[in-house]
Design a protein. Structure first.
Lengths: 297, 269
């Protein structure tokens, strides 16, 4: 497996000044932050040194955690097994054009429901193949003849749906049984109105903060040392060059679905052989962009 | 069940039993509550700029020496292929400025093509590959359209303090086969046949052609003569002839999309 360009799991440098963990009953805010300045009283939630508490959007760089910031709760985490069918070979090229390793695209996409939810709104969802969170156009299977199977996902108010389409090459692409792990993300719930900003239950070991908006019995998307994270792309995952695509998965695996011997030539009515053009394969230098590694412990 | 909540050195750690629920000593994703809701973004991939054509001319003559005088059957045929020469295209449009301190955008994208290419590409339509009109969880890039020798992609990411949309397009190296083949020289006394395929400015990928007039023409005549004949006597459909195939390009491979983006900026703690 290629190396992932993962951003390091290193806490951002702590400020040399003071940090604070503070709750303000008048606003319901709770936060852990670096004090952006030393101005004002430490116990005054509205002082300049405590600005991140009641103005998180303007002090994002100082915040480590804030009750208003959604920590991406994983509502459901389940595996869907999909049986993908075979992909036929490419159609012959148009008249008066011939070539080698000609490819085309199948325009009959296949869609499969891989998760359902009852959230009643469009959630964020992540679909994982192995240790990659798929992108909108992820190559899940490929052979050397120019055949590649792409998948992407979309969400509705009740479902997560996998869509596949194919690049067809000179050889058929075999059937594939593939597992997809689906993480459905729930939006942070509203405050429950019980006026409990920090509620620690010694008997259950559960910490609830912000009137139920954060609850340690839930699972939140994050990186935890020692886990088995998924790669989430932050930048580009594919590049184009010479009319061809290169896809670099979050785990660093590179896919060049256009074969090196894909070449075209004009034919002629005399039936005389004409030379092929140059290779139409990808000829760029893209190696992927950084990813972050996330999981839901 | 036991758990713990501790703060040490500006890091907090929350445990529930043996499960480490949350820690700021790592990559806890914290999303701002404000929804970024951008609708009707116009994203356009232009017709590849390097338009050209390949002019194919075919000539054949058959001589019947048993006739008195000789009989020559001369055939003229032309066909024009509208081409695109190699091109690499990348353009970027800023969607919205990222808040100070934000280093991640989590969201979904919905798109619909509002203007499609006017013609097929090498015999196949440039169909939208991703699902139109539905919300796709977005990270990285999407291949939007592709055919033999052409591809279009869209990238969305944070760059330079902004959420940006990049439009990329690539057209491949030309097809081979340009030049002259066989015999189309004049005069000639016998049976000859030949082809020439010529470009206007440079070779390219033959994106579209037709086997109907005015992009394809064919004529034939029979001459009774003992004098040698050749293409120079009858080349009406050659590019320099009196009735050439049309080289006016009817194709337009522009694709335009309406793109909607919804999501939240955030920070990894």
């Amino acid at each position: 497996m290629a190396s992932r360009l993962a951003l390091p799991i290193v806490p951002r440098p702590r400020a040399t000044g003071a940090w604070a963990f503070m709750a303000d009953p008048s606003t319901g805010n709770i936060a852990l932050y670096d004090e952006p300045s030393a101005a004002g009283a430490a116990n005054d939630p509205n002082s300049a040194r405590n600005a991140p508490l009641n103005n998180p959007a303007a002090n994002l760089a100082s915040l480590y955690w804030h009750i208003q910031l959604d920590n991406m709760e994983v509502l459901s985490d389940a595996v869907a097994s999909v049986s993908h069918g075979t992909v036929a070979v490419a159609a012959a090229g148009p008249g008066n054009i011939a070539g080698t390793s000609i490819y085309d695209y199948s325009y009959t996409p296949v869609e499969t429901v891989i998760a359902t939810h009852s959230l009643g709104y469009l959630p964020m969802a992540y679909v994982a193949v192995g240790d990659d969170l798929i992108t909108p156009g992820y190559i899940v299977q490929m052979n050397a003849s120019g055949a590649a199977r792409y998948v992407s996902a979309y969400v509705t108010t009740t479902q997560v749906i996998l869509r596949e389409w194919a690049q067809r090459g000179s050889l058929a692409l075999g059937a594939l049984a593939q597992d997809y792990r689906v993480l459905v993300i729930r939006q942070q719930p509203a405050a429950n109105g019980n006026h409990r900003l920090i509620d620690w239950n010694e008997s259950t070991g559960v910490l609830v903060m912000g009137e139920g908006r954060f609850d340690s019995s839930r699972r939140y998307l994050q990186v935890v040392p020692g886990g088995t994270p998924f790669g989430l792309a932050l930048g580009r995952t594919l590049d184009l060059a010479n009319g061809a695509v290169r896809f670099v998965a979050p785990d660093g695996t590179t896919y060049d679905p256009v074969p090196a011997d894909t070449k075209l030539r004009f034919t002629n009515s005399s039936g005389l052989v004409t030379p092929l053009g140059d290779s139409m394969a990808y000829n760029g230098t893209f190696t992927g962009e950084p990813v972050i590694e996330v999981q839901a412990p | 069940m036991t758990g713990s909540f501790g703060i040490e050195g500006a890091q907090f750690t929350i445990r529930n039993g043996t499960r480490l629920v949350s820690t700021t000593d790592g990559t806890l994703v914290c999303l701002l509550p404000d929804l970024v809701d951008l609708s009707g973004i116009v994203a356009s991939w232009p017709d590849p700029a390097n338009r050209d054509y390949a002019y194919a001319f075919h000539y054949r003559q058959d001589r019947n020496i048993l006739a008195t005088p000789d009989a020559y059957i001369q055939l003229n045929q032309c066909q024009v292929f509208f081409t695109r020469r190699p091109q690499e295209y990348l353009a970027e449009q800023v969607l919205v400025a990222a808040p100070a301190g934000a280093d991640i955008f989590v969201g979904t994208v919905r798109l619909s093509r509002t203007t499609a290419p006017s013609h097929t590409w090498l015999g196949a339509p440039l169909t939208v590959l991703v699902k139109e009109g539905q919300w796709m969880p977005w990270s990285g890039s999407a291949l939007l359209e592709a055919g033999l020798g052409i591809a279009r992609a869209m990238h969305i990411k944070i760059s330079g303090g902004n959420l940006v949309l990049q439009r990329q397009m690539s057209v491949s190296t030309p097809a081979g086969g340009y030049g002259s083949y066989g015999t189309i020289a004049s005069p000639a006394a016998d049976n000859i046949e030949g082809d020439e395929i010529l470009y206007q400015t440079g070779p390219g990928i033959p994106a579209w052609t037709s086997t109907s007039a005015p992009y394809w023409k064919q004529s034939q005549r029979e001459s009774a003569t003992d004098s040698p004949v050749g293409p120079s006597d009858y080349e009406v459909h050659r590019n320099t002839g009196s009735d050439p195939c049309s080289t006016t390009d009817p194709t337009n491979y522009t694709s335009t999309y309406s793109v909607d983006v919804k999501g939240h900026f955030g920070r990894r703690s």
